[in-house]
Design a protein around this ligand. Structure first.
Ligand code: M6R
Length: 609
């Protein structure tokens, strides 16, 4: 999604704006721009299609010296990713950067054009500066014009405003999309998140829903949606939150794949007492697992697949009925929910628009709510009754890797807690399962050693135009995740299927050209999956089997490659089998030469529906 930065500074800001935008690159974008006030009054803009290097080249040719400015990375929604549609959008009185969608832009545009305002872009965003401009043309001061404009907008957004002639004022507003205010020494900052502000300050306040803020070099005045002046707590953001360095890795995705032993260890340490082999949830919960009639799990993309694995665990360990749906369906399905229900939301960013809307629906329906989030300050975290954080650290690669396995680690801990509370798991079961989780970081480290073999295999996969992934039981969501990983970063078409569904359609696709990746730990369903592999082999399909030693010995089918995983208890198999599919997608994409960390058309944080 789009990224926003604003600086009321003491030295020329253009370079700092671009540096901050680089820290927001992970959100995904297809054009970028900055605007500054030159000599304190005159508005100047530099914008460019494509990556930030294009904007830097423009700035090298036509430098800016202003001490105040706003910047933006745009992920196109309304209007092509051209320079003309790039932000900041400006009139003679105001420049604006915008993240999100202005849903009523058509009505506003028609109204404003009827009043004589002249639009220059195809975007929804431009309605905002045009409306502020119109109010200012009627004599309103900047803050009044912004306050009036905000009341006219519908949709989810974050905005930053810069006003020619006002060299000590930037206004920011937040409704639906996050915006943080940073306090410096005689300087103030606005940013889409704390990562953007990292080089400048660690003193950050997050605007609440509906807030808007006036920042000057000396102060920040925050207003709520009724325009009343309010205080918001200033937090000191930890250094860890700012760790966005690629280190020695070529891509963030590679770094994040390799961080998994460590971050899973941190995450589990938060939920388990390993010495006592017991689950110890960090937050007292307002609900009682034993009294729940149903668990509804709602999420999008990779986070949804984590929820799908968890469904198997909650049903098996806690005998708790689980409903799971993708958030974009759930929110509009408006399902009836039982009185004693818990709704659990899984999200790395904690800002995904559909997941957030589903959370709000469930709250309105009287459900208990809890979230598994990686960003503890996110909206989903703040609006949930209970937060179960993943401690994956900032995930920069658009393709989710370490967040996924950390989500699984948290969900496994919760399922064990639920199983104990509901009397389904005995203390011995708990000891066994917690020990299995305790061994997980070491197992993951062992799986990472398979990388050279997987890299070699990726050369073959890179030649394919279609790849099928199959799995059964909790390996089925891993097959789905493997297909998603491959398609999102290599652009190779891939499908994930429950292996038992093969003969209900996809078997028609099998030929020598299409690799079939089979995720099959040697568990109670292994023999069933072997039958499916035989069906593939009989039709000339090329199988990539991901299994353990017992599985490799027992499979009895010819494979293009067999990846032999360490033996692992059933509980942790989904976490460790996630790694080969991540590495396979990563190396395939590297061979294909795609933009691994920022694949085309994708955004890290999907704050619009
Ligand atoms: O931030 P969230 O976890 O809510 O994001 C959900 C999906 O957009 C995300 O998992 C997406 O599918 C990833 N790019 C997959 O790698």
């Amino acid at each position: 999604m789009c990224g926003i930065i604003g600086i009321v500074g003491l030295e020329p800001v253009a370079g700092h704006l671009v540096d901050a935008l680089k820290r927001l690159e992970y959100r995904g974008y297809d054009s970028a721009g900055v605007a500054t006030l030159e000599s304190g009054s005159h508005l100047a803009r530099r914008r460019a299609e494509g990556k930030l290097r294009n904007l830097e080249a423009r700035l090298a040719k036509e430098p800016l010296a202003g001490l105040i400015g706003i910047g933006h990375t745009r992920w196109a929604t309304h209007g092509a990713p051209t320079e003309a549609n790039a932000h900041p959008h400006a009139t003679s009185r105001v420049a604006v950067v915008h993240n999100g969608i202005i849903e009523n832009f058509r009505e506003l545009r028609a109204e404003l054009e009827a009043k004589g305002q002249v639009f220059a872009t195809e975007t929804d965003s431009e309605a905002v500066p045009q409306m502020v401009d119109w109010y200012m043309g009627q004599g309103d001061a900047p803050a009044t014009a912004v306050a009036k404009t905000l009341k006219r907008l519908t949709g989810a957004f974050a905005l930053a405003f810069l006003f020619p002639g006002h060299d000590d004022l930037i206004i920011g507003a937040r409704r639906g999309s996050p915006l943080a205010v940073g306090w410096g020494e005689g300087e103030m900052f606005l940013g889409s998140d704390a990562i953007a502000l990292a080089p400048f300050t660690d003193r950050v306040a997050y605007l609440e829903e509906g807030d808007w803020v006036e920042i000057t070099r000396a102060s920040a005045t925050i207003h709520d949606e009724t325009d009343a002046v309010v205080e918001r707590p200033i937090a000191i953001v930890s250094a860890a939150a700012f760790q966005v360095d690629r280190g020695n890795y070529r891509h963030f995705m590679a770094k994040e794949i390799h961080e998994q032993p460590e971050v899973i260890g941190h995450t589990l340490a938060h939920f388990l007492d390993l010495a006592g082999s017991t689950v110890r949830l960090p937050n007292p919960t307002a609900f009682d697992w034993a009294k729940l009639d149903r668990l509804s799990i709602v999420a999008c993309g990779t986070a949804y697949y984590a929820g799908l694995v968890a469904k198997y665990w909650f049903e098996q360990f806690a005998r708790l009925p689980v409903e799971i749906d993708v958030a974009s369906e759930f929110r509009y399905r408006e399902p009836p929910l039982p009185k004693n229900g818990l709704a659990l939301f899984v999200s790395q960013s904690g800002e995904t628009a559909d997941t957030l809307a589903s959370l709000r629906y469930c709250k309105a329906e009287g459900q208990h709510t809890a979230s598994v989030v990686n960003v503890k300050t996110s909206t989903i975290a703040r609006e949930s009754e209970a937060i179960f954080p993943t401690l994956a650290g900032p995930e920069i690669g658009v393709a989710s890797t370490k967040a996924f396995t950390c989500q699984l680690s948290v969900l496994a801990s919760l399922a064990i807690a639920a199983g104990r509370a509901r009397g389904v798991l005995t203390r011995d079961d708990e000891i066994r399962l917690v020990r299995a989780l305790g061994d997980l970081p070491g197992l993951i480290a062992r799986v990472l050693r398979l990388e050279p073999k997987i890299e070699k295999l990726a050369r073959e996969i890179a030649k394919a135009t279609d790849v099928l992934y199959l799995g059964r039981g909790s390996a089925y969501p891993i097959a789905l995740e493997g297909a998603l990983k491959l398609k999102e970063i290599s652009y190779i078409h891939a499908e994930g299927y429950a292996a038992g569904e093969l003969k209900h359609g996809p078997i028609a696709l099998i030929d020598e050209a299409m690799p079939v990746v089979v995720i099959a730990p040697h568990d109670k369903l292994f023999e069933k999956t072997v039958s499916n592999m035989q069906e593939v082999a009989a039709r000339g399909g090329r199988i990539v089997l991901v299994t353990d030693e017992r599985g490799a010995a027992a499979a009895g089918v010819e494979t293009l490659e067999t990846i032999v995983m360490p033996d692992a208890p059933d509980l942790v198999a989904p976490m460790i089998y996630a790694l080969p599919v991540q590495m396979l997608a990563y190396h395939t994409a590297v061979f294909m030469g795609t933009d691994v960390d920022q694949p085309r058309n994708l955004a890290k944080s999907v704050t619009v529906e």
